[in-house]
Design a protein around this ligand. Sequence first.
Ligand code: FAD
Length: 364
Amino acid sequence: MEFNSADIQAFRDIWVFCEQREGKLSDTDFELISEGRKLADERGARLVGVVLGWNLGDEVRELGGYGADEVIVCDHPLLEVYTTDAYAKVLCDVVMEEKPEVLLIGASHIGRDLGPRCAARLHTGLTADCTHLDIDMGCYRKFLEESSTLDLAAVKMDMEDKNLKMTRPAFGGHLMATIICPRFRPCMSTVRPGVMKKAAYSAEMAERCEIRRVPVELSDGDLKTRVTEVVKAARKMVDLIGADIIVSVGRGISRDVEKGIALAEELAQILGGGVVGGSRAVIDAGWLSADHQIGQTGKTVHPRLYVALGISGAIQHKAGMQDSELIIAVDQNDGAPIFEVADYGICGDLFEVVPLMIEEIKGV
Ligand code: FAD
């Protein structure tokens, strides 16, 4: 639904859909709330977290500690387990009732499913997988001034409206696209987990945060699917996003995959409880499971230390790790692009270099 300028003025506040599992909020929620706080301050708007679930208690107040002014709680037995139908209906109902200007959703498995469904229902646009958000007036004005085909008078009000500027990688990560949504509301965006920085928690702010429970209209008839059982993965997923130290392997381990992974694991351990990650080449080959993948279509990480072993440094890989505090790369090709982002580079065969590194660290 396209809105005119007067309609658009009716949309206010920055909202973050916050995902909970068994009542527990996630780090992605806190990252998005922290980012939302900055946007809300720039926009002069309120920041609202929205939580859907069943038997939700006062734990949602934690969102206030990262900057939410208010938390809206939608509590209903049919929201106990995530289903697209139930969550999309309830979230859209509350959005249509309260009219937020911006709706941010974490690009988790659930967020990637829920975001587009809600955008379609709300007849608005969605920028998927954003890595940067900003409030900006200038970019739309510049776009209009440079365009000779648009009627400037007709869109004057829009020009004066501050827009959310959403940035995401495009064309396989070869360029960054900046997208605005000037004529539709809410501006919707899914945001990559691990990209936004979590603010320091404030118990005082959490105390001040308002919790508001809203009525939920939902019945079995609204659901096309029903979850009969939730089976938890027997294997624990690797926590790359929260890791301080990551040792990643690439196709360079192909000569002896088992040994290459064992060396990476030993190095990660000896460096102080690090975890192992991998390039997409390693995941595609089935040498490590998909939760280990780092990069544009994997996870975005910024550990204190990132060690890349036999990874060439394709742009899609660098997109997920180049903000690490310290990067050490080992590659036998001295022209490998990974050395462009490395603080320390070792040119050599990883099967010779890594045992030497381990020996050296053990001796310290
Ligand atoms: P290669 O590029 O083959 O590099 C292997 C490196 O190992 C080389 O530099 C070589 O010199 C070195 N080497 C070989 N043997 C040794 C040895 N014994 N000792 C030391 N060094 C050695 N990639 C990702 O990683 N993550 C993503 O999320 C991702 N998303 C993508 C999304 C799209 C849309 C596309 C098109 C691609 C994506 N890719 C992604 C793939 C990416 O373009 C690269 O193909 C991939 O990162 C290459 O992995 P690699 O560096 O392990 O392998």
